[in-house]
Design a protein around this ligand. Structure first.
Ligand code: XMP
Length: 521
């Protein structure tokens, strides 16, 4: 693989994704690995990421020259560029000229000539995104300086004979106009790699791995209706067919037609063996009289474990009856989850809900995690390639506790019925307006304990307000409220107040996160 050595900024994941967008497999490793440890992984090329340090700061991560002398192509970005310069005898100086944001890069070309090396195919002046305090003032011996900026006399360099190159700016960031071209030049021209990482290859590889792992065993997978579990299950299904059983716990808190949609579309697309545990009554009785959000969440979580384990135990019993020794549990863990929890080596941990609630001790599980190496956009591609419908692969996030945390007040069947209809209208109109891609998600929240006065027809009404909470976000950690077109908001409002009894008011939540969370509870 191409190894992205993470020097501690948030950019390493972005770099790895961009490399994969160029159809080359990449993984992230921490900068704390020694040069020997890195080389032992047989990288086809290395990319040193940016990072928050100054190479002059005490304890700043450095690199010995050996990494650059091993014959492995290396590309340095920002801090990684300075690390390379310093390790090979160039000069990095505190010039005092900080550059942050969009910067004009002047590419060194003799009049009229095309830029060469890593800047090939890019114009003589280009906008790139920068964030640095120190600058390389002298390239190491053997390197050609390729570009400069007002604050960085050496903004790009290369020594093609040694397959080494670097840039001071961030090519992985979209604001860098020719960033992807620069990365491709490194991967294909300088490192001489081939674009072999394709969705077809991912599927083939994972299917082989799953077959090796599971052998003749049986597996179980919880489906939530979300993208990750759906794609993970589809991959496992492709590998072991009927020996996979999917369990969907219908807690009665799904949106309109959601369970039916998974049942029909998903099974039609995959032929998967699906067991639907219809447990709405169990959840509704457990939630009766409860209004506190955290208590609701705990109850839903607890009942969910019970319902899932009951189904799980049955599947395992069947496996035992067949003489199959081990139960395999499929999980839709993604690569970012693994990187964020510290690197991906070592034993996998079962998601917390499997560690609580008391699984019988003689049940043995082994995890199957076919998405461990993938980013979300790759997961969606794999899903499409496996024939999953857009209603599943393009689905916006939906919380596990479902509509239970979108009814402010006690959850009752009638309130769920009202909320489902309002939510279905809002979603249908958003889709019809072609805005699904621009909105991260749009919770619709029923203020069930609030009454508002209205006038409908000739009469006074005393109904409930509904809140629209459309947000835009990259990762749900922070979010901003989406500026939806007002005619779309008007259509949603008209339809909901006309078509859903007891709703006489539609309000828009215009709070960013922070301070508001995306969900109301
Ligand atoms: P908040 O409300 O914390 O939500 O801003 C952030 C994101 O997480 C989703 N969410 C959940 N997802 N189980 C889930 O699987 C949950 O209990 C849960 N609570 C919130 C929420 O929809 C948003 O995308």
């Amino acid at each position: 693989p191409v190894l992205v050595v993470d020097y501690g900024a948030q950019y390493a994941q972005l770099i790895a994704r961009r490399v994969r967008e160029a159809d080359v497999y990449s993984e992230i490793v921490p900068h704390t690995l020694s040069t020997q440890e890195i080389l032992a992984k047989n990288p086809s090329a290395l990319i040193l990421s940016g990072g928050p340090s100054s190479v002059w700061a005490e304890g700043a991560p450095q690199r010995d020259a050996a990494l650059f002398q091993a014959g492995v192509p290396v590309f340095g970005i920002c801090y990684g560029f300075q690390v390379m310069a310093q390790a090979l005898g160039g000069t990095v100086a505190k010039t005092g000229a900080r550059e942050y944001g969009s910067t004009d890069v002047a590419v060194d070309v003799t009049d009229g000539a095309e830029p060469s090396s890593i800047l090939e195919g890019t114009p003589a002046t280009q906008v790139a995104w920068m964030s640095h305090g120190d600058s390389v003032t002298q390239a190491p011996e053997g390197f050609t300086v390729l570009a400069s900026t007002p604050g960085a006399p050496v903004a790009a360099f290369a020594d093609e004979s040694r397959k080494l190159a670097g840039v001071q700016w961030h090519p992985e960031v979209r604001h860098s106009q020719y960033g992807q071209q620069v990365l491709r030049n490194f991967l294909f021209q300088i490192a001489g790699l081939k674009p072999t990482w394709s969705t077809e290859n991912i599927i083939e590889r994972e299917v082989t791995k799953i077959r090796e792992q599971v052998g003749e065993g049986r597996a179980i997978c919880g489906l939530s209706g979300g993208v990750d579990s759906a794609v993970a299950a589809a991959l496992v299904q492709r590998a072991i067919g009927d020996r996979l059983t999917c369990v969907l716990v219908d807690h009665g808190l799904m949106r309109q037609d959601e369970v039916e949609q998974v049942e029909q579309d998903y099974v039609a697309a995959t032929g998967v063996n699906l067991h639907i545990a219809r447990e709405a009554d169990r959840f509704l009785s457990a939630l009766a009289g409860v209004t506190d959000p955290e208590t609701k969440r705990k109850i839903i979580g607890r009942e969910f474990i019970r319902a899932f384990e009951a189904a799980e135990a049955q599947v395992l019993l069947d496996a035992k009856a067949d003489g199959a020794k081990v139960g395999y549990l499929v999980q839709g863990t993604l690569y970012p989850d693994i990187v964020e929890s510290g690197g991906g080596e070592g034993a996998a941990t079962i998601k917390s809900h499997h560690n609580v609630g008391g699984l019988p001790e003689d049940l043995e599980f082994e995890l199957v995690e076919p998405l461990r190496e993938l980013f979300k956009d790759e997961v969606r591609e794999v899903g499409r390639q496996l024939g999953l419908p857009e209603t599943i692969v393009g689905r916006q996030p939906f919380p596990g506790p479902g509509l239970g945390i979108r009814i402010i007040g006690e959850v009752t069947e009638h309130r769920l019925y009202i909320l489902r209809r309002a939510d279905a209208i809002a979603r249908a109109e958003l889709t019809a307006a072609g805005l699904d891609d621009q909105v991260w998600q749009m919770p619709v929240v029923l203020l069930a304990d609030v009454h508002s006065v209205g006038v409908q027809g000739d009469g006074r009404t005393y109904g409930h307000p509904i809140v629209l909470r459309p947000v835009s976000s990259e990762d749900a950690m922070t979010a901003d409220w989406s500026r939806l077109p007002s005619d779309l908001l008007a259509r949603i409002s008209n339809r909901i107040t006309n078509e859903v009894e007891e709703i006489n008011r539609v309000v828009l939540d215009v709070t960013s996160k922070p301070p508001g969370t995306i969900e109301w509870e």
